[in-house]
Design a protein around this ligand. Structure first.
Ligand SMILES: *[C@@H]1O[C@H](CO)[C@@H](O)[C@H](O)[C@H]1NC(C)=O
Ligand SMILES: *[C@@H]1O[C@H](CO)[C@@H](O)[C@H](O)[C@H]1NC(C)=O
Ligand SMILES: *[C@@H]1O[C@H](CO)[C@@H](O)[C@H](O)[C@H]1NC(C)=O
Ligand SMILES: *[C@@H]1O[C@H](CO)[C@@H](O)[C@H](O)[C@H]1NC(C)=O
Ligand SMILES: *[C@@H]1O[C@H](CO)[C@@H](O)[C@H](O)[C@H]1NC(C)=O
Ligand SMILES: *[C@@H]1O[C@H](CO)[C@@H](O)[C@H](O)[C@H]1NC(C)=O
Length: 342
């Protein structure tokens, strides 16, 4: 907006009235600018209203600072880090965007991260806060974040000098993030970090995945090794042979809790620049990834992952006490979990 006004001033400086031109002509010009400006403001208002009326389960939402499109407000999100451990060399003039994927276990964040990392300019460094010391207190959290955003963090995903976006994934239900959310929101806003929320719509499928994964931690179905993610159909088949039993006594409570964890996180981070993604939407339509590239201002690339989905087909095939689960959820707002494909 300010930019527009600046431009306006500059224009009016250039179009200096020649002595012959009548004051009427000048007034007409001013009037025209006023009209254009009015239409511009109206269009912005309309845009904001339409953002607000977006329904709860729109496939994708970019909320936060409503006019982050304008170049002026872009500036806090453009960074030129100077790592201590190497030189950014030929890419030193390219801006870097900072992001954090905020998600929950078994919501497709590993897959999403592998898609992002297939972009040659993205470094998403994994679940760095799985190490306890790094999230012991807010100073160790900040220290870790500083290192990541200074590009001094090394993981198999680091692209070093030519990163155009750098970040990591953070689990909402892991001690640290929500406990210190006020300081973390302050950090995100101060350092210009954008949050990418990744959730799963079908929380029943997520529950199956959580139970199966935790079973495999002990059972180690793949020749004695535990795998959280697989890269072949055979491995997926082997892992999906185990059918968990779901405790129906607390099923509804558990589902509600997952929902409120997600809602609370979005609320806490609502002052940061953020977007909300759903796993199912990416599975159904990969063009959602273009919105992510746009959000991070990345050059558009085809993103690929070698990961293979573990639980395919109807949920009835993956839950031991299917009939109980079906009876429990039928007639509740969660009934559609029973039937959806992903
Ligand atoms: C924060 O945690 C780190 C790692 O556990 C520890 O070394 C440091 O002393 C702690 N700092 C404070 C202020 O508690
Ligand atoms: C992406 O990386 C390539 C090198 O792999 C580099 O030439 C290019 O400038 C980078 N693009 C951005 C936007 O940083
Ligand atoms: C696991 O064992 C099966 C046979 O039981 C074999 O076909 C497969 O190649 C093994 N996989 C790995 C990764 O060793
Ligand atoms: C199911 O959950 C309830 C409530 O938390 C608990 O009392 C019960 O023992 C659980 N049942 C099984 C089989 O784990
Ligand atoms: C963010 O959430 C808080 C707490 O619910 C609320 O008071 C505030 O109005 C929200 N801000 C925006 C920009 O939505
Ligand atoms: C996929 O999503 C994009 C917007 O992100 C939309 O324009 C397109 O029509 C969708 N395609 C399908 C097949 O749903």
């Amino acid at each position: 907006m300010a930019e527009f006004i600046l431009g306006f001033n500059k224009e009016s400086l250039i179009i200096k009235p020649s002595p012959k031109k009548s004051p009427l002509f000048l007034r007409m010009i001013v009037l025209m600018f006023a009209m254009v400006f009015g239409v511009y403001i109206c269009s912005i208002c309309l845009k904001q209203i339409s953002i607000e009326t977006v329904t709860k389960f729109e496939s994708i939402k970019v909320i936060g600072r409503p006019s982050h499109e304008t170049k002026l407000l872009e500036i806090p999100f453009k960074h030129y880090p100077m790592p201590e451990t190497f030189s950014r060399a030929e890419c030193a003039r390219n801006p870097v965007r900072f992001f954090a994927i905020l998600s929950m276990q078994r919501s497709g964040s590993g897959w999403f991260e592998s898609l992002l990392n297939s972009h040659k300019n993205v470094s998403s460094n994994g679940e760095i806060f799985s190490v306890k010391d790094r999230r012991a207190n807010i100073s160790s959290i900040v220290q870790t974040l500083d290192k990541v955003y200074n590009l001094d963090w090394f993981s198999s995903a680091s692209k070093n000098e030519c990163s155009a976006a750098t970040g990591f994934k953070w689990m909402l239900n892991q001690v640290g993030l929500m406990e210190h959310h006020e300081e973390i929101v302050e950090y995100f806003n101060r350092r210009g970090v954008s949050a990418i929320f990744l959730f799963r719509r079908n929380l029943l499928r997520r529950m199956v995945s959580v139970l199966a994964n935790s079973y495999d931690r002990y059972a180690k179905l793949l020749n004695g090794t535990h795998k959280a993610h697989v890269h072949s159909e055979e491995e997926a088949d082997t892992l999906s042979k185990y059918k968990p039993t779901i405790n129906c006594t607390k099923l509804i409570t558990d589902l509600k809790e997952m929902e409120s964890t997600a809602a609370k996180a979005i609320e806490c981070f609502n002052s940061t620049r953020h977007m909300v993604l759903y796993y199912e939407d990416i599975v159904k339509n990969r063009t959602v990834l273009k919105d992510v590239e746009e959000f991070l201002r990345l050059p558009k690339k085809r993103l690929k992952s070698h990961q293979v989905k573990i639980h395919n087909g109807p949920l009835a095939d993956h839950i031991r006490n299917w009939d109980d689960v079906k009876n429990t959820l039928t007639g509740t707002p969660y009934e559609y979990f029973l039937h959806s494909d992903y």
